[in-house]
Each structure stands twice: as C-alpha cells, then as structure tokens.
Design a protein around this ligand. Sequence first.
Ligand code: NOJ
Ligand code: NOJ
Length: 419
Amino acid sequence: MNTFKILFSFILFLSINVVGAHAAELDHWVLQQKAIAESRMRINISPHGTRRGAVVASPSKQDPNYYYHWVRDAALTMDVFMRQLESQNHSLSERTLRGLLWDYFTFSEYGYLLPSYDGVGEPRYNVDGQPNQDPWGRPQNDGPALRASLLIRFSRYLSAKGEETLVRERIWPLIRHDLNYVGQNTHRSSVDLWEEVRGHHFYTRMVSRAALLCGGDFARRMGDHAQATWYKAQADFLNQQLEQHFHRDLNQIVETVGFESGHDYKHSGLDVATLLAVLHTQNEPYMQLSSKILMDTVMSLKAEFDLRYNINNQKKTTDLGSAIGRYPEDRYYDGNPWFLSTLAYAEYYYLLGNLTEGDRYMRRVRLHVGDDGSMAEQIGKWNGYMLSARDLTWSYAAFLTAAEAREKLIRMKKIKQVL
Ligand code: NOJ
Ligand code: NOJ
C-alpha cells in the first residue's frame, strides 16, 4: 500500500466516524421524542366524549378551535399506524393498531350516510361524527383521495389476514364511493389543503392521481373491471393536468393554477404543499424525489423563509436548518414556520440519503418543541415560541414519518459500512 492509499483510507475512516458521531448526537432525542409524539397523537384519537374513531386535529377548543375531525389530518395520522402494521416493526401491538384503524373506518363510514353540504368532499366532521355545517372552504378534494388510499392499504392488510368478506362487504363500498367522487372531480376546481384558495392544486391532483392508480388495481381485485379501467383513465387525465404546474423556465413547480377565488396574494406560487404532495404519494410515485425541479422549488421556498423569519437569522450555526412555513405570503397568525413543514424538509433529505441535511432540520425542530416534547402547529417567527393550536396531531404524525425515514437511512448506512 503506498502512502497515498494509507492516507486515503485514514480520511475515509475519519469521515465515516464523523458521520456516525454526528447522527448519534440526535439519536437519543429522536427516540425519546418518538414515544412522546406517539402518545400525544393517541390522546387526540377518540378522546372522552367523542364518537369512537374521531381524530381531533388538536385539543384546542378556542383560538383556534381545532376540535374537529378533519378528513385530511385524520388520514395522515392513520398513515403512521398503517405504516407500523405494514412494516412488522411496531411499537404498538398489532391488535391496538388494528383497533385504531378499524375505529377510524367506522367513524368515516358513519359520516358517509349523513347529508352534508359537499358530500364526499366535506373537509371536516364534528367530533360526534356529524358533518360540520359552518361556513368553510368546500369542497376539499384531497380528503377523499387520502382516505381511499389509506383504506385500500388497510383492506390489503385485512385480506392478507383472510378477512376478504369484511373487505368486500364493508370497506370496499366506502372506498369505491370515494374513488368515484375523486374520479368524477378530476376536471373540477376545489379548495386547497390550507383551506384558502379555490383553484387547481398540485397537492390535490397528486393525491387524487395516486388514489385512482392504487384504486384501479384494487377495483380489479374486487372484480370491478369497468371501474378499474375508468379509474386508470382518470389518473391518466391527471398526469396531463399535472404538467400545468411545471414552469420549466423558472425551474419551479407552481402549487396552484386556475385561481378562482380566495386568498389572491400568493404571488410566488411557492408552497410547501408541493413537497408534501411528493412525500404523500410515495406509493405511486409521479416524479423522482431527486428531480431537479423539485429540488429547485424546495430551495427557492427555503430562501423565501430565510428572508422572512427572524429566527432563521439568529443562532446561525451550520448544523441548524431553517424553520419552514407553508408559503411565503402566508398571513395566518401573521405567517410563521410550521412544525409539519420543517419536518417535511427533514424527511425529504433523509429520503434522498442526505442524513447531515435532514438532521439540520431535525435540530431546528428540537430547538422549538416544548420542554415536555409537545408540538403545536406553528413556531413564532420572531422568538421561536410555539403558536396557534397546541398538540397538533398532524405535527406529531409528521415527526413520526420523518423519524422513520431517518432510521431507515441510518440502517442502510450501517449496512453499507459493513459491506
Ligand atoms: C385560515 C387558515 O389560513 C387556514 O389554513 C385554516 O385552515 C383556516 N383559517 C381555519 O382555521
Ligand atoms: C389548518 C390547515 O391549514 C389545514 O391544512 C388543516 O387541515 C387544519 N388546520 C386542521 O389541522
């Protein structure tokens, strides 16, 4: 071995260990925070006095009142438990997980039969299971798509356990109802996931496409060949529509096109919803996570938040990532970073295999969680203290999926080191 080779292996040895040490410093906190997130998330499911299966968005009943079952938040919460059931690697028992998903299903099934303003596109339900009647941004068509995708996964799990009859007789009718609605509405505008703008949204289109694709396969399994073909055709239509969001000259994916009404000040078109869309459709990928246009969009969005949030310009250490909000022009609570957005950045980098960058966002989250590990909806842009709805269920769900991506990445890196 010549000197160069010796030097090279020494440097390699050093860098591997630095990467290892770097990750280890966060390991303990992530582990501890996982347990907190899971238990706080469960506190918000079927709390006392609610209909079984209700997933409240937050225990906060005023300023703001989030004590409702939002279709989107509920599906994203259940995704965390579904992942556990699918992976064999669970902290909760199979019986508990199954119970949580079954309750979620029966709550959804109950609401279906009741009259509501927007039928299947109804964005939220009261905790007794009645569709909410307040004036609200309706319809929100990402909800039924997320619900259908989740229930298909649950059905696959049940079928594998030999419960085919239950799937065919109880769950499939609900899934079909959701998918028919999603399929019939591919060409119609709806209100975005932030409940503010009516138009055509990348997020809604992406989750609709994913639901229709896995729905096509599932319908075929259920023997519904005509529906299967039609779902696939609707997904193809969305493939074309999604092209409208790619502004190749700007290297940017624009979240909303065909604005109709609502907040008319979102001029940049940048929105973390675009990244969420890609993260939430990993089962039916439309584009590569590593695609350049997505990376450019993510970077431009971050640059906007660096300009706007005071906390991103304090404590400038290289190992601390930026706090990320929803979109640059956000005015809700005067526009702040959100836990779920910052965690989306962490998850994105982990999935790309970049532990160092992902950990920078995790450290940002660690800096702002409460002393007891609680996570509200937002992080004050001026002082870093938590704001808006406390114990937001979706914040915890976002933490848990990011933590899962981190664990997978570390496991992979360890295997590579051994090889
Ligand atoms: C306005 C917020 O911007 C929106 O995201 C939220 O869903 C509604 N108010 C209801 O709280
Ligand atoms: C406001 C957010 O904008 C929306 O996406 C969410 O569904 C509700 N809060 C409930 O958490």
